[in-house]
Design a protein around this ligand. Sequence first.
Ligand code: ZN
Length: 288
Amino acid sequence: MTLLPLDFVDSQQTAELREDEYWDGDRRLIYCTTCHTPRQQYLVIAGNRVRLRCMCACQEKASEGMKKDREHWKFLNRVAQNRAVGLTDPELQRCTFENDLGYNKKQMDIARRYVQNWEDFRENSVGLLLWGGVGTGKSYIAGCIANALLDKGVPVMMTNFPRVLNKLTDMYSGDRTAYIDSLKSFQLLVVDDLGVERNTEFVIEQVYHIVDSRYRSHLPLIVTTNLSIKETKSPEDLAKKRIYDRILERCAAVQVNDQNIREINKRINMEKAAKLLIGGENEETEEI
Ligand SMILES: [Zn+2]
């Protein structure tokens, strides 16, 4: 029970009655007319028996509800902050399971299971390697996982290798280490487009640092790549092998190459445009 300050003495009890209260002469306590539980209690403080205000059952319930509302509001605020920090590309915020058009059903089911079993994957620091041709929807799938986990309150960062490498190129050595370390504050790191980076010693070293940092801190990593699994498993370059081995050790490889979604979407958009321009179904949409 929550105590309210001592607000009257015994002889004045009836004068303190509020509209929704009554005085129980037997128990010598004020009661609530709604729930019929006491709004007062006796306590012994410093040797004196005192009567203090307390909350009745319905007041407790209302206060609990307000507390829950406040906590929920705080949670939503945190989710919004995490999303603003972790998904800076607004396009990514549209990648959700709800918006999925169903092109990669099998892979989307895997993504859903990843989210459902997140605590286990997090515990075992297991991520995913989504691999397949250009435009097959790998980033979309990764984005769905990122958004769904952000909704659960998990801090997630989704970026791509070219963007991170650009950032690191402009930094001094110490700042680079600090930046890579700062990525540890995200329980999940999703990095798009492994393999499109330039093949310089500096770049390969930075990619290794990012991947290795996740590995050493036992934090999961999701990577997407246009490289085939064969290229990832046996690259010609030894420095790259070091990176890919780390990834393959902790990321379950999922092939995404059923169809080129970008091409399909382009065709659908052009068909829509053609209908608007020509009107109705038309055989000549290809000419547009
Ligand atoms: Zn009550």
